[in-house]
Ligand binder design. Sequence first.
Ligand code: GDD
Ligand code: MN
Length: 418
Amino acid sequence: MRDDAQISDAYLDMPAGPYIVAPLPAFPADAIQLSVVVPTYNEAKNIREMVGRIAGLLDGPLGESYEIIVVDDDSPDRTWQFAQQLISEYPRLRVMRRVAERGLSTAVMRGWQAAQGRVLAVIDADLQHPPEVILALHHEIERGADIAVASRHIEGGGVSDWSLIRRVVSRAAQLIGLIILPNVVGRVSDPMSGYFMVRRSAIEGIPLSPVGYKILIEVLGRARFEWIGEVPYIFRERVQGESKATGRVYFDYLRHLLRLRLSKLPINRFVRFAIVGLSGVVIDMGLLFLLSDPSTLGWGLTRSKLIASEMAIINNFLWNDAWTFGDLSSHQRGLGQRLRRFGKFQAVCLVGVVLNTVLLNLQFNVFGINRYVANGIAIGCVTAWNFWLNLKLSWRTSQPEPRTVTRTTTVPMADYVE
Ligand code: GDD
Ligand code: MN
């Protein structure tokens, strides 16, 4: 039993400001291994059993080095009060009654921000996520996983009693995610899961922007991680209370996917690349005029274009190396390295020039389009080509190979299964 002072310590204030999990102090006085956040809205009928089962599972293996954090959004059914009443019985329980904000993903973030654990977990309060799986998830983290996800879509997992339509809608949402964000959604078998753990070190200091229901997507999109462990589970039917998911959840999901998609585009770099490209266009156009216009030298179109383009390429390389990709080139100093980058840039652009010349000739000779308009269109098409290939080939080679993400699947041991 806890005295009044300990109980009021267990009432957490909502962290304010941006959604960033701070690093732990170097030597935390009371180091906690695992913080389990339980978001609730109108779960008064479930909260007692939920807290009791989690505590029953973790007391043995973790002793005092875990905490359960209920984050309740001021539920009309007073879930927060029911949870607070459990504090004297469950010393590892803490309760946050959140009044100023609402929403599942933000509740999870606020819980993690207030948490002291090295590993941060989330589980639904309604017992649809079997609490027992939490041990298997934690085991994955102990083995070295950075993120451990409970999955319905691997061997041993499933949904208990879903209608065909619900299964189809759930899979369609996953498919849309795969199309919009393949590198995020495709990393796990069940990206919609709301039952997972993540090492604090994987997300600390990273501003997250939680929208709607699917906090895992945000974590997969922004965290630092190399190893994802997956553990199967069967999504149970709700016995008490009601689901809060409405049509809005799908809308939020789409908004979330698009927001992540945009934030992952190397937009600033591309803007710089385009500005450098524009300086190249001025050089290219100017030389094309000087060399090929009937009123000046009047050389052949193809020959003039090749010279104009090469001059533009040299100009663009110098600016891109110093500015657009400056952060990347600074890791690869020396003339030799620089020449290698130029060689690759030149090769990519040469293919671009061929493309450019073909496009220009096609427009000018076949369709009779004005040579400068045609040149502008050709340059536009080739810019996109040049950006992507140069990003991937010319400047990126100095970087470590793209992260490989390990995925492991744990078949739960007999005692994890109900
Ligand atoms: N604090 C807070 N604020 N909690 C909320 C809110 C909110 O606005 N909305 C929902 N919750 C809590 C619920 O009380 C429950 O504990 C949990 O979040 C999940 O909400 P449900 O409404 O029961 O969700 P569901 O069963 O339809 O949806 C679940 O679908 C996934 C599988 O597709 C998700 O929540 C996932 O966690 C789950 O894995
Ligand atoms: Mn539910």
